[in-house]
Design a binder for this molecule. Sequence first.
Ligand SMILES: C[S@@+](CC[C@H](N)C(=O)[O-])C[C@H]1O[C@@H](n2cnc3c(N)ncnc32)[C@H](O)[C@@H]1O
Length: 211
Amino acid sequence: MRTDLRARVLIEHNVSRETAEALDLYVAKLTRWQTVKNLVGPATLSEVWHRHVADALQLFALAPDAKRWLDLGSGAGIPGLILAIAGKGRPDFHVSLVESNARKCAFLSETARLTGAPVTVHNARIEATVNSLTGIDVVCARALAPLTQLLTWTEPLLTSGTVGLFPKGRDAAAELTEAEDAWTFTRDLIPSRTDSQARIVRVTSLSRVDP
Ligand SMILES: C[S@@+](CC[C@H](N)C(=O)[O-])C[C@H]1O[C@@H](n2cnc3c(N)ncnc32)[C@H](O)[C@@H]1O
């Protein structure tokens, strides 16, 4: 079952053999750490290629030319570390990972070293870090916070030309409605390729609604 999912994901995302081997290292490391550190929902591990790897890789198609990525609340590196592993060969490609949990950062650093993924791991809180990060093409965050909170955290970036890509579940439309009370922005609601109920919210040109 797992092998079938792996093969399907690799074909669908046109993954090279070298990248597939690096993704295998990621999955093996995640599986090993999961037994003692509980990095992802235990029920999701048997479908890691679909639920995590493919879910991350689909973001590339939404910003194909982006080089400098920022992933907030990376956890076990989803989507940021997976994107970094897959984007490793691209010129000037780099992903900043922000994660407040030290043991998750240890996993991110060790796995990045093992796979050669071009990342910087920031063991820090988002609110203390975002202002110092510049030159970011895309900021993403999965399963972190409601859209209104994400826009508040990423305001310095999204008001300055950075694109936001936020994978969301079935409540994406409601989160958008709430966020539009406080912000104006250009947005697309893109169907997820891994979950028919889920959406990816793409946000650009953010500004605050006048009080
Ligand atoms: C539910 S997990 C999601 C992890 C990953 N993005 C995923 O989709 O599997 C949220 C992560 O965000 C981190 N986090 C929550 N609030 C944070 C903050 N203010 N600054 C940095 N990290 C934070 C948590 O430690 C946790 O690892």
